[in-house]
Design a protein around this ligand. Structure first.
Ligand code: ADP
Ligand code: ZN
Length: 729
């Protein structure tokens, strides 16, 4: 017998090892094994078996590590598919499925003192109330960790030791799982009565869960329509059938508030997976899931691989979010992996969004997904009223580009007078987006990237938002030595400063990547906003999504154009989604909300559709344009990105590759490029891309894979493949 093994060191291959007779019984699919690899010993995973090998001399597997295989056959199948589809080495796909913390077998458990009731009758109670309290607690619970017991019964540890001496309890060390949620106290919540649209959506999802071949359900629900409540009930239904569930949310939405909503319904059967867990916590959570102790997993992207037993449902919240796409190999989209996993394991998949991705909308229109819509907000709350302000007119009137239009200023004033709250959204951090010399036209730009530097006021520094490099503001223009500079373009810092000037007395806070670098700062700002310590919250996309603040009645979008003019075919879709999501933060309480969108392109289709809150209308228009050009969702797109430090070498290499590829491409594949990427230089590397479009990914990969295999990139030049690329910048 021969085992196919992938090893932790990155080489895109499976290796054949002979299984010694002594290990026949133990080596299973997914087993972790010790092997000698080259001159050293290392660990690997068994991903398959064979009877013969093309290699004559095979090494033996040395040992099996651990008892249970870590990856079951189904997850392995998913990993293989992922490697194939996303054009990634199989061991990288296996690594994605199995978290590093689990793979590396990191120190897992913390030892703590555990107290159990032993021994016989304690005689009549009432003489020693403290000891009684301990015994009562233990008899109710069976056994408890000492720390817990002390907290629950309000007695000192000494009391417990006394009982140990008397032989009524036993205290011994026991492994305890770190619980990342232990700090939060959770109050149980009672589910609300469902609205009719929610009930109908739930019926469709439950029906899917109960089927042998469950259809994917796309839940299109406007902001505030109560999608989360539908998820909660659907999970409840899965649990009742003894099935588990996975809930994916964008990393940015994985806040304590979100987690508590799930925890308060399902308590300890929840495991949480997100990027801020320590290795130890991640390891523990993974094992709680693997051992069947946690039946529900809530997490970001990689939670799609959680080894939940008898998986019945995967929920993908905000399924249109870009953050579901992994930016390094394997460049998978967790939403699409969820759909594939559902298909392979016969589990239901629920995709939810107020602005479904065009791909999902297309699948629903084709009948591939089952669509349910929720068009109303819960409790008959109205959708916000939307107003678009033409900033060109404002500039004409005032003779300069201002941060706030007159409309927005008076709307903010009105809210402050009434004690209501305001959110101001701008997708640019920093103070000014560029520093320009008005004499010679010099623009401060990054030495490593083809992008201008952003001026940050507090640090008095110029920073690159691509590579993070920073430098001090020069005293004179490096171009003409003139001491005068102009700061152009508006960032959140500048908005915050302007708010302070115009609305003196108002309490302002800013939330962006610069103000949330320390642990807990994110939660603190939102907490202060929730409790009314802040009147106006200025922020980037960090405040655009998922937040639910009933007292926010006005949202100002300061510049709707920032995402519109990206050189990317999805720019319109992104802008529409962003505006709709931002608008969704307004009017979630009793008072109806108002949204003011400032823009220099007021008649752009995405802006207009957002103003009308018209998702279908936007899709109709956008679909037409995409179909005409053969862009997704009409067909698939694969981006081959080539980069290196020396521009000429990169360009020559990508040209040569394109030439080698061309004869292999069937007529149905439309190539574009090679051409410099819109962001031509990043982190010191020149970037070129070749974009391939075709009705089926298969058609592209069948030509691309052999071409890549046979091509040797010159040293200093590397290539990566992004299948279903979301960003082609
Ligand atoms: P969405 O995710 O669709 O934007 P949420 O699930 O966050 O909406 O729900 C919005 C608010 O309405 C939440 O505060 C939620 O608790 C509440 N809610 C949801 N369903 C109901 C219901 N049936 N009755 C009353 N309140 C509800
Ligand atoms: Zn840079």
């Amino acid at each position: 017998m021969i085992a196919k093994v992938v090893v932790d060191v990155a080489v895109d291959r499976e290796f054949d090892y002979r299984i010694p007779d002594s290990l026949r019984e133990q080596v299973k699919l997914g087993s972790r094994v010790m092997i000698s690899f080259g001159s050293r010993q290392t660990q690997g995973y068994v991903v398959g078996f064979a009877n013969t090998s093309e290699h004559a001399e095979l090494k033996l597997i040395d040992a099996v590590v651990g008892e249970k295989p870590y990856i079951d056959e189904k997850l392995l199948q998913l990993a293989r598919w992922m490697g194939e589809y996303y054009c990634a080495p199989v061991e990288l796909a296996v690594r994605a499925v199995l978290p590093g913390a689990v793979r590396r077998h990191k120190a897992a458990f913390k030892e703590q003192l555990f107290v159990e009731r032993v021994g016989g009758d304690t005689g009549p109670r009432g003489k020693a109330p403290k000891q009684d309290a301990v015994l009562d607690a233990l008899e109710r619970q069976g056994g408890m960790f000492l720390a817990e017991l002390v907290k629950a019964s309000g007695v000192e540890a000494g009391t417990v030791r006394t009982l140990e001496r008397k032989g009524f309890v036993r205290i011994a060390k026991r492994a305890s799982l770190r619980d990342p949620l232990a700090r939060h106290t959770i109050l149980p919540s009672r589910p609300p009565e469902l609205m009719p649209e929610q009930a109908e959506a739930l019926r469709v999802v439950c029906d899917s869960i109960d089927r042998l071949v469950p259809p994917v359900v796309l839940l299109h629900g406007v902001t505030g329509s109560g999608k989360t409540e539908v998820y909660l009930r659907a999970i409840q239904h899965a649990l009742q059938q003894d099935k588990g569930a996975v809930v994916l949310v964008p990393e940015i939405s994985l806040t304590p508030q979100t987690i508590e909503r799930f925890r308060s319904r399902f308590g300890g059967s929840i495991a949480v997976l997100h990027s801020h867990l320590s290795d130890g916590e991640r390891h523990d959570e993974w094992h709680r899931i693997h051992d069947g102790e946690a039946r529900i997993v809530i997490g970001a992207r990689s939670a799609v691989f959680a080894p939940v037993r008898n998986l019945g449902l995967i929920v993908v919240d905000e399924e249109h979010e870009n953050s579901y796409k992994q930016e390094e190999a394997p460049r998978y989209n967790a939403r699409d992996v969820a759909v594939m996993r559902g298909h392979m394991q016969g589990c239901a998949v629920l995709l939810g969004s107020a602005t479904p991705a065009l791909e999902s909308c297309h699948n629903a229109r084709k009948g591939k997904y089952c669509l349910v819509s929720m068009r109303r907000r819960v409790d008959h709350r109205s959708m916000p009223s939307m107003q678009v302000v033409d900033m060109r007119l404002e500039a004409e009137r005032t003779g300069r580009v201002s941060v706030f239009s007159r409309e927005l200023v008076s709307a903010v004033r009105a809210r402050l007078d009434r004690g209501e709250q305001v959110m101001l959204f701008l997708n640019r951090r920093g103070y000014a987006t560029s520093l320009v010399c008005s004499k010679c036209g010099y623009v401060a730009s990054c030495e490593h990237c083809s992008i201008s530097l952003t001026y940050h006021r507090h640090e008095e520094a110029l920073k690159c938002h691509v590579c993070g490099a920073g430098k001090r503001v020069p005293e004179r223009c490096p171009g003409c030595a003139d001491p005068q500079y102009k700061l152009t373009g508006i960032g959140t810092q500048r908005v915050e400063a302007a708010v302070g000037k115009i609305f003196s007395g108002a309490r302002v806070a800013r939330m962006d990547a610069d103000t949330t670098t320390t642990k807990g700062s994110h939660d603190r700002i939102l907490g202060d906003f929730r409790t009314g310590k802040i009147d106006i919250l200025v922020g980037t996309q960090m405040i655009a999504k998922g937040l639910d603040f009933p007292n926010v009645t006005l949202i100002g979008v300061l510049n709707a154009d920032t995402s519109l003019h990206m050189p990317d075919f999805r720019a319109g879709e992104r802008t529409f989604q962003l505006l709709t999501q931002v608008a969704g933060r307004a009017g979630r309480g009793e008072v109806p909300g108002e949204v003011i969108i400032q823009t220099f392109t007021p008649f752009h289709a995405a802006v207009q559709a957002a103003r009308r809150l018209d998702y279908e209308g936007f899709c109709d228009k956008e679909m037409e344009y995409r179909q005409e050009l053969g862009y997704p969702p009409f067909g698939h797109l694969v981006c081959v990105a080539v980069k290196g430090v020396v521009r000429e070498r990169v360009e020559a290499a990508v040209e040569r590759f394109a030439e080698a590829l061309r004869p292999l491409l069937p007529a149905s594949v439309i190539p574009a490029g090679p051409a410099p990427a819109p962001l031509e230089r990043a982190k010191g590397q020149y970037r070129f891309q070749l974009i391939l479009r075709a009705p089926l990914t298969r058609t592209i990969l069948d030509a691309l894979k052999p071409a890549l295999r046979n091509f040797r990139w010159p040293s200093g030049v590397s290539a990566s493949v992004d299948v279903d690329a979301l960003s082609v910048l």
